[in-house]
Design a protein around this ligand. Structure first.
Ligand code: GDP
Length: 356
């Protein structure tokens, strides 16, 4: 499944955030036989539609879609030159599908900042530079080879030209993602900065409601998505019963834990969406890429469902709620029969028909 790598300078609150993420782990609850890896946190994507489905269908439980976060240890200035954990670090990022940088905004005289001062713009620049330098090195090696190959093979010229264009972007100090470069055109080269980025600003709790500060920070990373949270508060929230957690959140002017926002934004950043199934046993969200067809969606439940796919009975979530029951939705003619070319929409409530 797709994963988001968490990066950031030392002492910015990565471990604090990651520990909160792993305590929120949904694997233990819903997938008893899953292997739980120490550096991976699998969190549920909050989806209020599931509770409403469960009411309509009398489901015993709900199972949300998930997003996986990988803790990628210590990037420091010079990582691209193989200092410290450099090479292992870069390999771990290469395996991630998106990159989430945690940035320190909180002030605490007891927590040393590696660069001597709290400066979000500077920290973002430091990490970007390391990733950009790593990609420049990759391309410096690849371009001469691609040039040779493209003399004999026209197809290789396409990749060669894309690589040269990428070099020009990196030379300006920009990530390929921020410049809008299509990752597919460079896939073979496993570059780092084509991956989607998102940013978590670790802010003092009393700054979370300060819109002026948040706007300033948001502007540093736009159009990438920004999430604001206080990692220390998140780690406390996760230990509290629901009612006390709600009280603590309210006391800092928030209506949703930062981890929930992170799960939702992360899911979206990965280019994923969900369709829904419902019955007396469970109401469940299933993860598919945007653009997936009905048989591909069926294959997420079981490969046999994809192979033996006949058709799908589909009703949009909102229409189903308006009808109030599946029977009523059917009698109103809102449940459609879709074939193998149907492209799934987010929130489709589905029943598959298939041969086994
Ligand atoms: P990492 O090196 O990025 O993994 O950072 P850690 O999560 O280990 O945090 C470094 C130190 O900062 C620890 O002492 C944390 O308790 C503290 N810390 C983390 N997040 C916050 C925060 O939001 N506010 C404050 N005041 N301290 C924090």
């Amino acid at each position: 499944s797709l994963t988001i790598g968490i990066v950031g300078l030392p002492n910015v609150g990565k471990s604090t955030l990651f520990n909160a993420l792993t305590k929120n782990d949904v694997l233990a609850a819903n997938y008893p036989f899953a292997t739980i890896e120490p550096n991976v946190g699998v969190v549920g994507v909050p989806d209020p539609r599931l509770d409403r489905l469960a009411e309509v269908f009398g489901s015993q439980k709900t199972i949300p879609a998930t997003v996986s976060f990988v803790d990628i240890a210590g990037i420091v200035r010079g990582a691209s030159e193989g200092q410290g954990l450099g090479n292992k670090f870069l390999a771990n990022i290469r395996e991630s599908d998106a990159i989430c940088q945690v940035i320190r905004v909180f002030t605490d005289p007891d927590v040393v900042h590696v660069e001597g001062k709290v400066d979000p713009a500077d920290d973002i620049e430091t990490i970007n530079t390391e990733l950009v330098l790593a990609d420049m090195q990759t391309l410096e090696k690849a371009v001469p080879r691609l040039e040779k190959e493209s003399r004999k093979d026209k197809d290789r010229k396409v990749l060669h030209d894309a690589a040269v264009a990428a070099q020009a972007v990196l030379d300006e100090g920009k990530t390929l993602f921020s410049a809008g470069v299509d990752p597919e055109s460079l896939r073979e080269l496993s570059l780092l900065t084509t991956k989607p980025f998102l940013y978590v600003f670790n802010v003092d709790a009393d700054e979370l409601a300060n819109e002026a500060t948040l706007d300033e920070l948001r502007a540093l990373v736009a159009p990438a998505e920004a999430i604001f949270l206080d990692a220390q508060t998140e780690s406390e929230l996760i230990e509290l019963p629901a009612d006390e957690a709600a009280e603590l959140l309210a006391s800092i002017g928030q209506d949703e834990p930062g981890l929930d926002q992170l799960a939702k934004v992360g899911f979206r950043t990965l280019g994923l969406q969900t369709y829904l199934t419902a019955g007396p046993k469970e109401s469940r969200a299933w993860t598919i890429p945007v653009g997936a067809t009905a048989p591909e969606a069926a294959g997420v439940i079981h490969t046999d469902f994809q192979r033996g796919f006949i058709k799908a009975e589909i009703v949009g979530f909102d229409q189903l709620m308006e009808a109030g029951s599946m029977a009523e939705a059917k009698s109103r003619g809102w449940v459609r029969i879709e074939g193998k070319d149907y492209v799934m929409a987010d929130g489709d409530v589905v029943e598959f028909r298939f041969n086994v």
